[in-house]
Design a protein around this ligand. Structure first.
Ligand code: AMP
Length: 208
């Protein structure tokens, strides 16, 4: 069983959904930089104030802020950890490598057209961070989170103009990590299309 996992893949590729399933079944500590930053923005903390402008435009938050944040969070785990949305640059990956050995970099591969449909129709829970899709993964009751009953919302950065920018940022800054982890021999790429359960079957095989 792999104990330290990095989830790679563009925004909307299913990192959150698959990561959550792995966490529920195998008890990883899931650390999602996106969820942490959104919470910081909602709570108006110093971190949130610094991060908001970058997030609103779909840009990456500066490396020093993210690396500092994740160092602390990772240090507080017992080592069985699933990283969702980190690292997103080679500099972040190098900083991570100084702290722990990544056993598996799981890359979810989905094309841009499908990502645009997924993100513009994605709805998120502000409280427990569960995600839904208006067509493929609807909540039982319209607009309400199945897990915690909160009202779902459409993330500002899941709107079309910002999604295009996020995808461009992904290609430029994060895609090089596919090569980075391939050279380290830890990369597994899975086609992130099909039903959530079909994809999860392949994800589980990679993890075991
Ligand atoms: P996500 O929910 O993972 O799509 O992240 C939402 C936004 O948070 C991104 O568009 C970035 O602005 C910021 N963010 C999340 N993770 C990172 C990271 N590792 N490095 C820099 N910015 C990040």
């Amino acid at each position: 069983m792999k104990s330290t996992i990095v989830l790679l893949g563009p925004p909307g590729s299913g990192k959150g959904t698959q990561g959550e399933k792995l966490t529920e079944e195998f008890g990883y500590v899931r650390l999602s930089t996106g969820d942490m930053l959104r919470e910081a923005v909602r709570n108006g903390t110093d971190l949130g104030k610094k991060a908001k402008e970058y997030m609103d435009s779909g840009a990456l938050v500066p490396n020093d802020i993210i690396i500092g944040l994740m160092k602390e969070k990772i240090a507080a785990t017992d080592g069985k950890v699933l990283l969702d949305g980190f690292p997103r640059t080679v500099e972040q990956a190098d900083a991570l490598a100084e702290q722990l050995d990544v056993d598996l970099a799981l890359n979810l591969d989905v094309d841009d057209e499908e990502l645009m449909v997924r993100l513009t129709k994605r709805r998120s829970c502000p409280k427990c961070n569960a995600v839904y899709h208006l067509v493929y993964n609807k909540p039982a009751k319209d607009g309400i989170c199945d897990k915690c009953g909160s009202e779902l919302y459409h993330r500002d950065d899941d709107k079309e103009e910002t999604v295009s920018n996020r995808l461009a940022v992904y290609r430029k800054n994060t895609m090089p990590l596919i090569d980075y982890y391939s050279k380290k021999g830890t990369l597994v790429t899975i086609k992130g299309v099909g039903s959530i359960d079909e994809i999860y079957e392949q994800v589980k095989k990679a993890v075991q």
